[in-house]
Design a protein around this ligand. Structure first.
Ligand SMILES: Cc1ncc(COP(=O)(O)O)c(C=O)c1O
Length: 348
């Protein structure tokens, strides 16, 4: 299927191998060495987050499991806690347990943000608590800075590490009156993704203090993740840091304009009603299968990809979809998006 425009930052012509290669060709010069872009990326991310050291990983899945394993080994504890809809719990086939022998405590309500009281219900000593910013599966909601500071300081005073799933920390920062180093400073370790808001191909970076990251480097080698010459992944991510980072507030403003048009139209509604970051969810009065079919037909007929996939809802007559605003979504006016969404039932 020929996708010509995409509302999702994860799809569309800018992600095609040909376009990525074209952009990469601008960055790679005769002086580029095989390990240069990775080293540069690690230094850039450490600097941006105000951390001592950072380490490239082929995936966020490997980076986060490694971070948790290191926190566990250094504390002699095997349990960690996080939101019930944490990526580690929902999407990684229990890798933390099968590969690393760790135990996960899902805490709090799956449709709400974590609270300090939720964390305090866990009675087993924890190696770490994972904080996902923003909490993707509940529409990209963000805890207040005050709540986050209170929770992370409680976690640390209990002898556990505060780990940030910052796959979208660049996007999350737009929702705070705090700089990236101030935000990252609340956590012992922060993982960032290279292919979400930064529009890279794949890859992740884990940042923290020197001792933790050196320990993580040993684990990374054992897992087969020590690919220091991953220059194409690093180079395209560096372009994302150069070009996309300063545009995050613009992406958030456009997300808010899209959400307002959708809510004003009234056929669907968004969570949050006013997005706190460039990511939000749209709740549709259609079943998951209907929405999926309508989106496929829309793509077939117009070349427009409206969303990646529809998420089911306890009410089988409803579903939700994610919108992540980046450069591709700027091509869509708020009115056009509201009309495309309203028109979905006619495409089933
Ligand atoms: C919040 C969050 N954490 C972790 C990951 C894992 O990243 P990766 O796909 O690089 O393994 C993802 C990927 O979608 C994510 O959305």
């Amino acid at each position: 299927m020929d996708i010509r425009r995409s509302l999702s930052n994860h799809a569309g012509p800018r992600r095609s191998p040909h376009e990525v290669l074209r952009r990469l060709a601008e960055r790679i010069t005769p002086d580029t060495t095989a390990d240069g872009p990775v080293r540069e990326l690690e230094a850039r991310v450490a600097g941006l987050l105000g951390k001592r050291k950072a380490l490239f990983f082929p995936s966020g899945t490997m980076a986060q499991q490694t971070a948790l394993r290191v926190h566990a080994e250094r504390r002699g504890r095997v349990a960690f806690a996080g939101h019930p809809q944490s990526h580690l719990h929902v999407w990684e086939n229990q890798g933390y347990s099968v590969v690393h022998g760790l135990r996960f405590h899902p805490v709090g309500d799956r449709n709400a943000l974590l609270t300090l009281r939720d964390l305090q219900t866990v009675k087993e000593p924890l190696a770490a608590v994972v904080f996902e910013l923003p909490q993707r599966d509940i529409g990209g909601q963000l805890p207040s800075l005050r709540d986050l500071a209170e929770q992370t300081s409680w976690v640390r005073s209990a002898g556990a590490a505060a780990h940030c799933d910052g796959a979208r920390i660049w996007e999350a920062q737009t929702g705070y009156e705090a700089t990236l180093p101030e935000l990252a400073g609340l956590f012992d370790t922060v993982y960032v993704s290279l292919y979400k808001g930064l529009e890279g191909v794949r890859g992740a970076v884990l940042a923290g203090d020197a001792e933790t990251i050196e320990h993580a480097e040993v684990r990374r080698r054992r897992l087969g993740g020590a690919i220091v010459d991953a220059w194409p992944l690093a180079a395209i991510a560096l372009m994302g840091l150069d070009e996309n980072l300063e545009r995050m507030p613009e992406f958030k403003a456009h997300a808010q304009a899209l959400a307002k048009a959708i809510n004003d139209d009234g056929f669907a509604h968004t969570t949050p009603r006013t997005p706190q970051t460039p990511l939000f969810h749209v709740h549709l009065p259609m079943s998951q299968q209907e929405a999926q079919r309508a989106a496929e037909n829309l793509a077939e007929e117009t070349g427009i990809k409206l969303f990646l996939y529809a998420r089911s809802n306890p009410d089988p007559g409803r579903c939700s979809v994610e919108v992540s605003v980046g450069i591709p979504a700027l091509e869509f006016t708020p009115r056009e998006v509201a009309e495309l969404i309203r028109g979905l039932p006619s495409r089933v």
